[in-house]
Design a protein. Structure first.
Length: 156
């Protein structure tokens, strides 16, 4: 199994202990993991009744990890691929990052092309009943454990 897949598999196994300790136990049957190898296609929609934590892995590290609740379909499906869609997207961050100018195949005018073509994506789907604190806890846990390079504007 590849490093990025192992990262997620190991982190989710450990997260079950964290969620148990927080009084919000979650079973492995309630977690669906979709591994999307590069080149990947952006999801068409957040499945009905689901919430998600998703991440992008490329150039040897985690780049961005985010979450999407039931009212965040655009965030989950398209915003991270378009630099002009929202301020804290992977596309905008990459377009503003000086290091990306030397990255083969990267065009700051079309960062979504590079994201789709050069990054792996993981979608971690939970039932909608985990929207709120548990979803936020999973996202925060993955931020701390996986240390994505582009979390927040200060990392450019």
């Amino acid at each position: 199994m590849s490093a990025w897949r192992n990262d997620i598999t190991d982190a989710l196994a450990a997260f079950r202990t964290v969620s148990d300790g927080a009084g919000a136990p979650i079973s492995t049957q309630e977690i669906v993991v979709e591994f999307c190898d590069a080149p990947h296609t952006a999801p068409k929609s957040l499945p009905t009744g689901k919430v998600a934590v998703y991440g992008f892995w490329g150039s040897g590290s985690w780049l961005k990890i985010g979450k999407a609740g039931p009212k965040s379909n655009a965030r989950y499906t398209s915003q991270h691929y378009h630099a002009n869609s929202a301020p804290s997207t992977l596309a905008r961050t990459l377009a503003e990052c000086p290091d990306m100018r030397s990255q083969a195949g990267f065009d700051a005018e079309r960062p979504g092309d590079w994201i789709r073509g050069s990054t792996h994506r993981v979608n971690i789907l939970l039932t909608e009943r985990y929207n709120g604190p548990v979803l936020a806890l999973l996202e925060a846990y993955l931020h701390v454990r996986l240390r994505p390079r582009y979390e927040g504007r200060s990392n450019v």
